[in-house]
Design a binder for this molecule. Structure first.
Ligand code: ZN
Length: 564
C-alpha cells in the first residue's frame, strides 16, 4: 500500500465524542486495572483514528494548497482540533483519578501520568477565550510577516526569498539585502511591538487565571517539561556563556579571516565561504539514491525504515507549483507511517531533509507500536536529539552527497551547530526577562534584547543599522511570538547530538546502540530519563558542556579552513 492509497474520510466528530465519552465512562467504572488497561488501548485507538485523518488532510493540503477538497478538509481539521483536545483533557482527569494507578504505572510507566498532570496544569475552561485570543495574535504575526514585499534585484520578494541575497559574495548586495530585510521589520516596528505586547499580556493573564505568579512556570508546563525548571535552564545558559561563547567568537574570527574582511559586520555573517556554501552534487533522484545506499549500509533498522519510506512513497521532497513552503515530518498513526515533506532547492538543506527529517521519521518508526498515543513522540527537546544526531550518524556517507565539498560541509556543519547555541540561549534568556517583567515597555524589551545579545554574541556589529542596534533583531524570530520558551530545546538537543558525535569517534557501534535505544523509547519517558536510556550526560549539570565541547573544539582547531 502506498501513501496515495491511504484513505481519507472526514471524521464525524459527534460520533467520535459519543464513543470516546462512552469509553471514558467504562474506564471510570472499570472493576480492575486489567479492564482499565484494555480501555487505555481502546481510547488511544479511537484517538488515533481521528488524528490519522487530521494528519492526512494536512499533509495533502500542504502538498497542493490549490486542491479545494483538502483545503476545506484542512480547515475542518483546524476547527476541530480543539474538540479532540477537549476530549483528551477529560481523559487525563479520569486517568489521574484511577484507583488502579499503581498497577497501571507498572505496565505503562509513570510518564503518562506526568503528561496528564502537566496537561491539567495548563488548562481550565475559564481560559478558553484567552487561548483563542492568543491563537489569533499568533496568526496576525504570521500574516504580518507574510505581508513583506521587499524590492530587490528588480523583483518583489518575501522574507524567505531574501536569503540568497543576504548570502551573496558581493558585499554591497548582501549589505543592501540585510538592510532591506530588517528595514521591513523597522517600518513595522509599532505593529510588531503592539502584537507582542498583547501576546505577553494575554499569556500573563492566563497564568494568573491558572494560579501562577507569572507565565514562566506555565510556559514550561505547556512544553510538557516535567523534570527541569527555569533555574536549571539559567545554569545551563551560564555554561554556554562560559564555554561555548569563547569558542564561537574564535570561529567568527576565522570566518572573518576566510572572507578577507578588515571589519566583520552583521551583514557579513550569513556568508561563510568566498567560494560559496557547500552544495549537494546531483539531482533530487540522485540524493534519494545516495540516502538509500546510506541507510542500507548504516544498520538493519535504518534499511528497513528507508525501504518502507520509499516503497510506500512517504516522502514528498521536491518543490512544485501549489506546494506549501518549509519542511516537516509527521505520522499517520493508523498506518504506522512517518511522512516527510520538504521543498528541495539545491542547497545543503536538501541533504538535511534526508538526514534531519529522516532522523525524526526513523524515531517515530521505531516507536510506532506503542499502544499509547502519548508515547509515540517524546517532548520537543528530545525529538531534536534524534534528528540532529542522525545528521552526525550520516557523516561517513557525506562524500557521496557532497563529493569535493565534503570537508567543507563537515566543517560548516559543526561550526554552524556550535554558533547556533549562543544565539539559541539569547532567545531563551530574553523570553525569561519578558515574562518575568510583563509590564516592561516595548522599548525596555528591545534594550534588554541588545544587552543579552552582547553577552552571548559579542562579535555582533550592527554597523549603522539603528533598528538592530536598538534591539530589534528578535522580531524575525517567529518562535518568540508563536511558541514561548520553545527555542532552548534546539540547543539542548544540539548539545546531546554533539555527545553522539563524540561517541561515534570513539566507538560507533556503541553510539549506534545508544541511539537506537533512545529512538525506541519514543515518548515513554521524560527528557532526563531518556538521556539515561541513551547513556547521555545531563546538560544541566555544571561542567557537562565543557566536557562535550572539548573534542568538537579539537576537531575544528585542526581543520585548515583557509582552503575552503
Ligand atoms: Zn527537527
Amino acid at each position: 500500500m502506498k501513501f496515495k492509497d491511504y484513505k481519507y474520510e472526514r471524521p464525524n466528530m459527534e460520533v467520535f465524542e459519543t464513543e470516546y465519552k462512552a469509553l471514558l465512562e467504562e474506564f471510570k467504572t472499570a472493576k480492575d486495572a486489567k479492564e482499565q488497561n484494555h480501555l487505555l488501548t481502546k481510547l488511544s485507538e479511537l484517538r488515533n483514528s481521528v488524528e490519522t485523518m487530521f494528519a492526512l488532510a494536512n499533509a495533502r493540503y500542504t502538498i497542493d494548497t490549490r486542491d479545494e477538497f483538502y483545503l476545506v478538509e484542512n480547515e475542518f481539521t483546524d476547527e476541530n482540533m480543539p474538540r479532540l483536545q477537549g476530549m483528551l483533557v477529560e481523559f487525563y482527569k479520569e486517568l489521574l483519578a484511577s484507583p488502579y494507578r499503581k498497577e497501571l504505572e507498572e505496565d505503562w510507566g509513570g510518564q503518562i501520568f506526568a503528561i496528564a498532570e502537566t496537561e491539567l496544569k495548563t488548562f481550565k475552561p475559564e481560559i478558553l477565550e484567552l487561548l483563542q485570543q492568543e491563537n489569533k495574535l499568533v496568526s496576525e504575526y504570521k500574516s504580518l510577516r507574510a505581508s513583506a514585499e521587499i524590492e530587490m534585484d528588480g523583483k518583489i520578494l518575501n522574507l524567505a526569498q531574501m536569503v540568497p541575497y543576504r548570502q551573496s559574495k558581493d558585499r554591497e548586495v548582501r549589505k543592501e539585502a540585510s538592510a532591506k530585510m530588517f528595514g521591513f521589520f523597522a517600518e513595522n516596528e509599532a505593529k510588531f511591538d503592539d502584537l507582542y505586547d498583547r501576546m505577553v499580556k494575554i499569556r500573563h493573564k492566563i497564568a494568573l487565571e491558572l494560579g501562577y505568579e507569572n507565565y514562566v512556570e506555565l510556559g514550561y508546563y505547556r512544553m510538557t517539561r516535567t523534570d527541569y525548571n527555569a533555574s536549571d535552564v539559567a545554569g545551563y545558559r551560564k555554561q554556554v556563556a562560559e564555554t561555548l561563547v569563547p569558542m564561537s567568537v574564535e570561529l567568527k574570527k576565522r570566518q572573518q579571516k576566510r572572507l578577507g574582511l578588515a571589519e566583520f559586520k552583521y551583514y557579513d555573517e550569513p556568508i561563510n565561504f568566498v567560494s560559496g556554501n557547500p552544495t549537494p552534487k546531483g539531482t533530487p533522484e540522485f540524493l534519494v539514491d545516495c540516502a538509500k545506499t546510506m541507510y542500507s549500509e548504516m544498520s538493519m533498522e535504518t534499511k528497513e525504515f528507508f525501504d518502507f519510506m520509499t516503497e510506500r512513497e512517504l516522502m514528498d521532497l521536491e518543490s512544485k507549483a501549489g506546494k506549501a513552503g518549509g519542511g516537516y515530518c509527521t505520522f499517520f498513526a493508523d498506518y504506522k507511517s512517518p511522512f516527510i515533506f520538504s521543498n528541495f532547492n539545491g542547497t545543503s538543506g536538501d541533504v538535511d531533509v534526508l538526514t534531519h527529517e529522516a532522523g525524526h521519521a526513523f524515531q517515530v518508526f521505531q516507536s510506532r507500536n506503542y499502544a499509547l498515543s502519548e508515547y509515540v513522540w517524546p517532548t520537543l527537546e528530545a525529538c531534536e536529539i534524534h534528528s540532529m544526531s542522525m545528521e552526525f550518524f550520516a557523516w561517513p556517507w557525506m562524500d557521496k552527497f557532497f563529493k569535493e565539498d565534503e570537508a567543507k560541509y563537515k566543517f560548516e556543519h559543526l561550526e554552524s551547530a556550535l554558533n547556533f547555541i549562543p544565539y539559541g540561549v539569547t532567545v531563551d534568556e530574553f523570553q525569561h526577562f519578558v515574562y518575568e517583567n510583563p509590564e516592561a515597555s516595548p522599548k525596555e524589551r528591545r534594550a534588554k534584547w541588545r544587552e543579552i545579545e552582547k553577552k552571548y554574541l559579542p562579535y555582533r556589529d550592527y554597523a549603522d543599522n539603528d533598528f538592530l542596534e536598538n534591539g530589534g533583531f528578535w522580531f524575525m524570530q517567529g518562535h518568540i511570538f508563536s511558541r514561548p520558551f520553545y527555542y532552548i530545546d534546539y540547543t539542548l538537543a544540539q548539545v546531546c547530538a554533539f555527545e553522539f558525535w563524540n561517541k561515534q569517534q570513539e566507538n560507533r557501534e556503541e553510539a549506534w546502540e545508544d541511539y537506537l535505544r533512545l529512538c525506541r523509547a519514543g515518548g515513554s519517558k521524560s527528557f532526563l530519563d531518556l538521556l539515561k536510556v541513551a547513556n547521555l550526560h545531563n546538560p544541566f549539570k555544571d561542567g557537562t558542556i565543557a566536557e562535550i565541547a572539548k573534542p568538537i573544539k579539537a576537531y575544528l582547531d585542526v581543520v585548515d579552513d583557509s582552503k575552503f
